[in-house]
Design a protein around this ligand. Sequence first.
Ligand code: TR5
Length: 141
Amino acid sequence: MSGGAVQQSPPGEEVAAQAASLFKDSGSPTIFDKIIAKVIPSKIVYEDDKVLAFRDLNPQAPTHILIIPKHRDGLTQLSKAEERHKEILGELLYASTVVAKKEKLDDGYRIVINDGPQGCQSVYHLHIHLVGGRQMKWPPG
Ligand code: TR5
């Protein structure tokens, strides 16, 4: 065996994020559109006319909920936000606090938005991750 540096494969989520980014500007429906349309079942924890919140399929904490706009309106990712999105961005953040209260995350929680391949985004429909129910670490990976 040579003494050279070992080339490590990136973890699955990084590979998925790189692959997903190939289609990030396609505007095609994502899996979240099917969840909104209730064609694909999800565990919905909160819903109003603008926002849907449902449990993440692959939770990273005892509580892991995704909060999304029902109408994507070009908001595939946070960095695509324009002036017209200011209201929905506020709605999403406020809905996150409502869900956190409902979930009794009284000792705190974390809000995450992954943006683009380096941010590990894998679904190009803006979403807030609400994670809680355990001690978080800092800095994030
Ligand atoms: O990586 P980013 O930040 O884009 O987050 C996407 C999140 O969507 C991940 O945490 C996934 O676990 C989650 N995800 C992916 C699917 C899915 C889901 N959450 C709930 N239900 C889901 N279905 C039905 N299908 C997915 N592909």
